[in-house]
Design a binder for this molecule. Sequence first.
Ligand code: THU
Length: 134
Amino acid sequence: MKAAAVDLAALVKAAREARERAYAPYSGFTVGAAILACDGTVFTGANVENASYGLTLCAERVALACAVAAGRRKFEALAVVAASATVPCGACLQSLAEFGTSWVLVLAGPEGPFHRLDLQALLPQPFALRGGNG
Ligand code: THU
């Protein structure tokens, strides 16, 4: 499926629903994410915080881990929803890049329009092991 043909609005809707399940008692900053795999399956995630703050899981990486654990390794797009359109953190960008650099990223708030950009614009030079990953 080509990104142009992807229903990005539906992906944002899935991320908005996922955000409602975020566990963020410490920051109060809830995030939802939805990943579209190349076979059309959507995987969602939300941030999961911990009293030991550094153990907090970002929404994007929760969604990515769910997708990979379900057997997917090829992806089209990621939608992220927060209180306003928010760029994923660097750790999440690097995690996405592990599975390719042609991700379409869709950023949105709780309602209204979304913004589309490419992972390559945000992370043009991801870390890679000298011999290649994997
Ligand atoms: N957070 C995410 O879920 N994704 C990001 O890309 C950055 C930050 C979460 C982590 C924490 O629960 C809250 O937002 C505030 O940093």
